[in-house]
Design a protein around this ligand. Structure first.
Ligand SMILES: CC1=C(CCC(=O)O)c2cc3nc(cc4[nH]c(cc5[nH]c(cc1n2)c(C)c5CCC(=O)O)c(CCC(=O)O)c4C)C(CCC(=O)O)=C3C
Ligand SMILES: [Fe+2]
Length: 302
């Protein structure tokens, strides 16, 4: 049996000031054919929050929570953190791990699902970083964890809490996840997993309350088909069908990333207000102890 001598937390990365916004967006979209107007619109979302993405602070908090969980359970391993698209970049972190004598690390990724954007692209970027560091440690991505209780249970509690804050009549649960191009590798698995998570959360939260799975944060040119329906279009449809209150549950995200803070809390909330829908957004797992413990559980299972 082989053992790990470190945990590597791997995330997306995000800007930490106005000057970071454009270089960050260029890092993310290099070679991906995202229209310039879309980049500028997304830049504006970040500028609305002072050019600071919430994601890096959330990673620092998650890292500290994992370290505390390790200490409380006698797991004596260092925890490192590296991002795909912004400082601290994976390459620098991998170099530091090597300098510290790390030989083999398990990677816990802040994305719960299968598919290219959620999983394979993270592995590619880890491997690219390793290739830049002679003598880099081996790094194994821990398995996809979207169906684990540590991920599903915090969403179940959050969905119940959100639903309970709404008037009982004509309520609807709306699960959302990041859209991806229909042509994306692994898209079928991604959708199948989302459907299972939505189903599980819905049946445990409120059997009988109608629910749907929709998508958000579409990027790419209009000519390219992406997963639909879009959350804002769906709100309109629900209103037309007589729904008066929605609880939006962002099962596609582990914490309140910019897609949640802007695309849901600003854009979708405004759309709901225009439509006269009661709107509430459920919390994401972030540092819920059950979610934090997943990193340890997945590592010890290997
Ligand atoms: C499935 C998925 C997740 C969930 C899994 C996961 O969590 O990884 C996710 C997460 C995230 N995406 C993020 C940011 C961005 N994603 C973009 C663009 C894209 N995302 C895509 C998919 C996903 N993205 C795709 C198919 C594109 C098109 C370009 C390409 O094919 O790669 C762009 C470019 C501008 C735009 O067009 O939106 C930005 C700025 C941030 C950071 C947010 C913050 O700062 O808090 C996070 C967590
Ligand atoms: Fe994205």
């Amino acid at each position: 049996m082989s053992t790990y001598d470190a945990l590597l937390l791997v995330s997306f990365g995000g800007p930490e000031g106005p000057g970071d916004v454009m270089p960050f967006l260029e890092n993310v979209t290099r070679g991906r054919g995202i229209p310039r107007e879309r980049l500028e619109a997304v830049g504006d979302h970040y500028h609305l929050f002072g050019g600071v993405s919430p994601i890096n602070r959330q990673c620092r908090e998650l890292k500290a929570a994992i370290e505390a969980d390790f200490a409380a359970h006698g797991v004596d391993l260092p925890v490192y953190w590296g991002n795909r698209n912004w400082d601290p970049y994976l390459t620098g972190t991998v170099r530091r791990m090597k300098d510290d004598g790390i030989r083999r690390a398990a990677a816990f990724v802040t994305s719960a699902y299968s598919g290219y954007s959620c999983s394979d692209q993270y592995v590619e970027d880890i491997e690219r970083a390793r290739a830049e560091v002679p003598g880099a440690p081996e790094i194994d991505k821990l398995p996809v964890y979207c169906l684990r209780p540590g991920f599903v249970d915090p969403f179940t509690d959050a969905a119940r809490e959100a639903l309970e804050s709404l008037p009982e009549a004509a309520r609807h649960l709306v699960f959302t996840a990041h859209s991806v191009p229909l042509s994306q590798a692994g898209r079928v698995d991604y959708v199948a997993e989302l459907e299972q998570v939505a189903q599980r959360v819905a049946e445990r939260t409120a059997p009988g309350v109608p629910w749907s799975l929709v998508y958000q944060s579409r990027s790419g040119p209009p000519s390219q088909p992406w997963l639909e329906p879009d959350v804002c279009d769906h709100l309109e449809e629900l209103r037309a069908k007589g729904v008066t209150a929605v609880a939006v549950v962002p099962i596609g995200f582990v914490s309140d990333h910019m897609e949640v803070k802007y695309d849901l809390d600003v854009e979708a909330a405004e759309r709901a207000a225009e439509l006269g829908l009661d709107y509430v957004r459920a919390a994401t797992p972030h540092t819920d102890p059950r979610f934090v413990a997943l990193a340890r559980e997945l590592l010890l299972e290997r």
